[in-house]
Write a protein that binds this ligand. Sequence first.
Ligand SMILES: [Zn+2]
Length: 49
Amino acid sequence: MASLRCPCGTNFRTETDDELVEQVQEHLAEAHPGRTYSRDDILMLAAMS
Ligand SMILES: [Zn+2]
C-alpha cells in the first residue's frame, strides 16, 4: 500500500509504488503543469507522508 498527499489536498492511495508514481505524475500533468517529479522524488514524498 502506498499513499501520498499532494500539497493541493488531493490524496492518492494505491496498491503498489508503481501505481502511485503513475497516478501522481498524471495528476501533476493535469493540475500542476510545469511541475514534474521523478519516480524517486514521488516515492520519497510518499515515505514521508
Ligand atoms: Zn495537486
